[in-house]
Design a protein around this ligand. Structure first.
Ligand code: NAI
Ligand code: MG
Length: 497
C-alpha cells in the first residue's frame, strides 16, 4: 500500500507526533500566541499519550478574535460580491483536495478516528465548500404581491459575526459545515474547536486565507469550554451561535445566548432508532447496523444506537450480526482497523459506566461489554464493539446517549410497535428503517419524529441534505440551503409608489 498519507503516517508511528502543526490562535489573518501564554496538551487516543501542545485561550483571546471579526465585517469582505465570495470557497475546496492527506492524518491522530474515515470526512469537507461556493450567488429574497401601488421585496442579509462551538468527534466536518455557509452568506466567524481536537480548524483557517479570505473574516480560538467557549457564547459582539455537543452544555449555551438575545442553532445528542422489519434485505441491514453504531467508535450524534428489530427475524438477524461484530478488529486509527479508539479516557470511562450498569441490571449481552486491551505495548483508549438487549422502553440503555460503540437492541412485533419504540425517547435527531415495502418505509418516515430519516441506508445523503434535530436533539438546521439561511437575516422592504 502506498499513498500520499504514507510518509505522514510513518512519521507519526516512529516519532509519536507530526512536525509543522499550527501554533497559537488564528486571529486577524495570522497565527498569534495566546495572550496569557498558557498552553495545554492534545492526546493521541490510539496511544493515550499527548503528542502536541496548543494555546489555552481565555476571555482576552476571545475579545481579540471577536474584535477582528467585527472589524472584518465592515472591511473588504463587505465590498466583495457574492460571486467573489463563492470563488474563494471554490478555491478552498480545491486546496482541501490537494492537501487532504495531511488534514486527514492530523484529524485521525487528534481524534482517534480511522484514517479512511478521516479521508472520507475530507471529501465531505471539500464538498461542503464546493456546495456553498455554488450557492453564494443564488441566495435571493422574494417579491411580495401587494397590488399596483406598492413594491415589496425581501433580502437575505448576513447575520453578522457567527460563533461556532465545535465538538471532538467530527472536528473538521463540523467546523466546515458551519463556516462554509456562514462565509457564503457574507458573515464573519469566530470558531472554538474542542480542546481534545484543536488542530484541523486552525489548519482550515490558514487555508481559507490562502484561498483569498480577507484578514479577520475567520478566526479560531483554542482552549477549554469553560475558559474559551463560555466567554465566546456570552460575548455581546456576536450575532449568532452554532453549537454542536452535549445537551447539558447546549442548555448552558442557550442560557448564555439569552443575555444578549443571540440567535442560536443547537445540534445536540441523539438515541437514534434503526428499525429492521421482517421483509428487509438482511445483508444490507446487518451492514447498515454495523456502520450506524461502530463508525467512529459510535461517537456520532446521529449514530444508530438502538436496533429496533422485528421478532419474526430476531434470532437469525442477531446471530448474523453478532458473528460479524465479534470479528471486528480494533487498533490505532492510523493503521485502519475496523474500529478505532474512543476519543478520551473520560469518554472510555463514561461508556464503561453505562455498560456496567446494564450488565449489573441483568441485561443480555450479545457481544463485547468490556474495555478492550490495547495492541501490544499500547496504552490507548479502546472499547469492545458491544451489543446488549434492552429491558423495556424505560431501560437507561434505551433512553440515555452513550456515545460509544454500544448497540441497544429492542425486539418488537411489526411496524406499528417499531414506530412506537422509535418515538419513545426524549431525542429526535435521525431515524432509519430497513424494509423492502416502500409503503411501510414511507409511512414510518411520515410518522417518526426526527430531523432526518434514512430508508435502506444509514448515513445516506451529503451536504445537500438539511440536518438537525427536534426535541432534546436541538433546533435549527445545518447543511443544504436551510443551513445557508441559518446565517441570514431576512429584511422586508415595502415602497408606496
Ligand atoms: P461538550 O458539549 O461539553 O463539548 C462540546 C464543545 O462545547 C467543546 O468545544 C467544549 O469545549 C465546548 N464547551 C463546553 N462547555 C462550554 C460552555 N460552558 N460554553 C461554551 N462552550 C462550551 O461535550 P463533552 O463534554 O466533550 O462530551 C460529553 C458528551 O456530550 C458526550 O459523551 C456525548 O454524549 C455528547 N456529545 C455530543 C456531540 C454531538 O455531536 N452531538 C459531540 C460531542 C459530545
Ligand atoms: Mg486529541
Amino acid at each position: 500500500m502506498s499513498g500520499p498519507a504514507d510518509a505522514l503516517v510513518a512519521e507519526v508511528m516512529t516519532t509519536g507526533t507530526l512536525t509543522g502543526l499550527p501554533q497559537g490562535h488564528y486571529i486577524g489573518g495570522r497565527f498569534v500566541p495566546g495572550l496569557s501564554g498558557n498552553t495545554m496538551e492534545s492526546f493521541d487516543p490510539g496511544r493515550g499519550r499527548a503528542f502536541a501542545r496548543f494555546a489555552a485561550g481565555d476571555a482576552a483571546d476571545v475579545d481579540a478574535a471577536v474584535a477582528a471579526a467585527r472589524t472584518a465585517l465592515c472591511g473588504p469582505w463587505r465590498q466583495m460580491g457574492p460571486a467573489e465570495r463563492g470563488r474563494i470557497l471554490a478555491r478552498a475546496a480545491s486546496l482541501l483536495r490537494e492537501r487532504a492527506a495531511r488534514f486527514a492524518v492530523v484529524e485521525s491522530l487528534d481524534s482517534g478516528k480511522r484514517l479512511t474515515e478521516a479521508e472520507g470526512d475530507l471529501r465531505g469537507v471539500a464538498r461542503a465548500f464546493e456546495y456553498y461556493a455554488g450557492a453564494a450567488d443564488k441566495l435571493h429574497g422574494d417579491s411580495l404581491p401587494l397590488g399596483r401601488n406598492y413594491v415589496g421585496f425581501t433580502t437575505e442579509e448576513p447575520i453578522g459575526v457567527a460563533a461556532q462551538i465545535i465538538p471532538w468527534n467530527y472536528p473538521l466536518s463540523t467546523v466546515a459545515r458551519g463556516i462554509a455557509p456562514a462565509l457564503a452568506a457574507g458573515c464573519t466567524v469566530v470558531a472554538k474547536p474542542a480542546e481534545q481536537t484543536p488542530f484541523t480548524a486552525l489548519m482550515l483557517a490558514e487555508l481559507l486565507h490562502e484561498a483569498g479570505l480577507p484578514d479577520g473574516v475567520l478566526n479560531v480560538v483554542t482552549g477549554t469550554g469553560a475558559q474559551a467557549g463560555a466567554p465566546l457564547v456570552a460575548h455581546p459582539g456576536i450575532d449568532h451561535i452554532t453549537f454542536t455537543g452535549s445537551v447539558a452544555t447546549g442548555t448552558a449555551v442557550m442560557r448564555a445566548a439569552a443575555q444578549h438575545v443571540t440567535r442560536l442553532v443547537l445540534e445536540l445528542g441523539g438515541k437514534s432508532p434503526l428499525v429492521v422489519l421482517a421483509d428487509c434485505d438482511m445483508d444490507a441491514a446487518v451492514n447498515g447496523v454495523i456502520e450506524a453504531i461502530y463508525e467512529n467508535a459510535g461517537q456520532i450524534c446521529s449514530a444508530g444506537s438502538r436496533l429496533v428489530l422485528d421478532r419474526a427475524i430476531a434470532v437469525a438477524f442477531m446471530s448474523r450480526l453478532t458473528t460479524r461484530v465479534k470479528g471486528l478488529r480494533i487498533g490505532h486509527g492510523l493503521t485502519n482497523p475496523d474500529l478505532g479508539p474512543v476519543n478520551s479516557l473520560r469518554q472510555l470511562e463514561t461508556i464503561d459506566g453505562h455498560v456496567r450498569r446494564a450488565v449489573a441490571a441483568g441485561n443480555r449481552v450479545y457481544a463485547g461489554a468490556a474495555i478492550a486491551k490495547p495492541e501490544a505495548g499500547g496504552s490507548g483508549w479502546f472499547y469492545e464493539p458491544t451489543i446488549i438487549e434492552a429491558r423495556g422502553a424505560d431501560d437507561p440503555l434505551v433512553q440515555e446517549e452513550i456515545f460509544g460503540p454500544v448497540l441497544a437492541v429492542q425486539i418488537v412485533d411489526g411496524a406499528d410497535e417499531a414506530l412506537a419504540a422509535a418515538n419513545a425517547t426524549s431525542y429526535a435527531l435521525v431515524a432509519g428503517i430497513y424494509s423492502k415495502n416502500i409503503t411501510d418505509a414511507l409511512r414510518f418516515a411520515r410518522d417518526v419524529d426526527a430531523g432526518q430519516v434514512f430508508i435502506n441506508e444509514w448515513f445516506a445523503g451529503g451536504i445537500e441534505v438539511p440536518f438537525g434535530g427536534n426535541r432534546k436533539s436541538g433546533f435549527g438546521r445545518e447543511k443544504g440551503m436551510a443551513g445557508l439561511r441559518s446565517y441570514c437575516k431576512l429584511k422586508s422592504v415595502v415602497a408606496r409608489i
